[in-house]
Design a binder for this molecule. Structure first.
Ligand code: SF4
Length: 335
């Protein structure tokens, strides 16, 4: 999706127009149909759509006010997963974890009350006994969202002024130009999610190609941001060993020396679900089937993950291929 993306129509909570961002969006998209809704969580007409309409739903934009601000403890690259300025996304990765939570309704929702959300993060950071890191991008892709709202730019500069804590977000997009000149004071960590080009092309519909993601993380690092790489999700399909071996080789050739020195790396094996299978079968009948009965097992509430033996072997392979080019200590975890 390009920065000048035009949704087909907009569903909005009328209260969102009481906020500056709501009014700005209203002005920006005033030629589109605006449909009032009671709650961004319950849009019955969309909820009842057929699975095959999923790509159509992804072209809608939902605007509301975020009411729940519950933080989830996290023990990986942050201390808390924080609901922030958007949830859902207009891209269509076949495994998107948001589909587990929102089903077909994992379209892009924007929340206009960013001041309230950032204030809570700042308050929590200041009261904590130690430095905390807040994951603000676990519900959407904030670099993509930023092309519509400029919220990420605003957040990075505002948070740079606060005394304590750090923010972090992952992305699969390369629209980082507006972030490069911000006064970020190294308080925001950018994590670029990468996968082999073939996986991106066949599975991560609507996201940036690998070379553009690599160029983007190089530029963010050059601009002084702390950076990480997310090799995620690792998908054990077809000739996956060849694909991931090539990926590490490409990363070794194309990442800047500064990124290689400063980065940390997370690797996450894919989780899939019954809901994904149902939607993808009808919405993308010609796409690759990511479900693999031989390699996968149930993981509660309709989810599937790779079997323990398969995981162990994959982990060994990933670690040894990675070590051919990079310091193994860069790997924060493989899960
Ligand atoms: S870019 Fe991220 S949020 Fe968007 S569809 Fe892909 S996995 Fe989901």
């Amino acid at each position: 999706m390009q920065p000048n993306w035009m949704p087909k129509k907009i569903y909005y909570e009328p209260a969102s127009l009481d906020y500056e961002l709501g009014r700005t969006l209203f002005e920006k998209y005033k030629t589109l149909p605006w449909i009032p809704i009671e709650s961004h969580n319950r849009i019955e007409t969309l909820r009842k759509s057929e699975n095959s309409q999923f790509p159509e739903l992804k072209q809608y934009l939902i605007i509301g006010v975020r009411k729940t601000h519950h933080y989830t403890p996290n023990y990986k690259s942050s201390d808390f997963l924080v609901p922030y300025t958007s949830s859902g996304c207009s891209a269509m990765c076949l495994y998107c974890y948001l589909v587990c939570n929102y089903n077909k309704c994992s379209y892009l929702r924007l929340f206009v009350n960013r001041e309230q959300m950032l204030e809570k993060i700042e308050r929590t950071a200041e009261r904590a006994e130690r430095e905390l890191t807040f994951e603000i991008g676990s519900n959407s892709d904030l670099v993509l969202e930023n092309t519509i709202t400029h919220n990420l730019e605003w957040t990075i500069e505002q948070f740079a002024k606060s005394k304590r804590g750090r923010l972090t977000f992952p992305t699969k997009f390369d629209f980082v130009e507006p972030l490069l000149t911000l006064d970020h004071r190294r308080k925001t960590i950018a994590r670029m999610s990468v996968n082999p080009p073939e996986i991106i092309r066949r599975v991560e519909f609507g996201t940036a190609p690998l070379d553009r993601r690599i160029a983007a993380v190089n530029r963010l690092c050059e601009a002084g941001y702390p950076v990480g790489l997310l090799i995620a999700p690792v998908i054990l399909t077809g000739n996956w060993k060849e694909l991931y071996a090539e990926l590490f080789q490409t990363l070794a050739q194309s990442l800047s020396e500064k990124v290689k020195k400063e980065m940390f790396v997370e690797m996450i094996l894919m989780t899939y679900s019954y809901v994904h299978r149902a939607i993808n079968r009808e919405a993308f009948p010609n796409a690759i089937d990511l479900y693999d009965a031989e390699q996968m097992t149930g993981r509660g509430r309709g989810k599937y993950c790779y079997r323990p033996g398969v995981r162990t072997q994959a982990e060994e392979f990933l670690r040894s291929e990675f070590a051919k080019y990079f310091d193994p200590a860069k790997i924060l975890y493989i899960s």
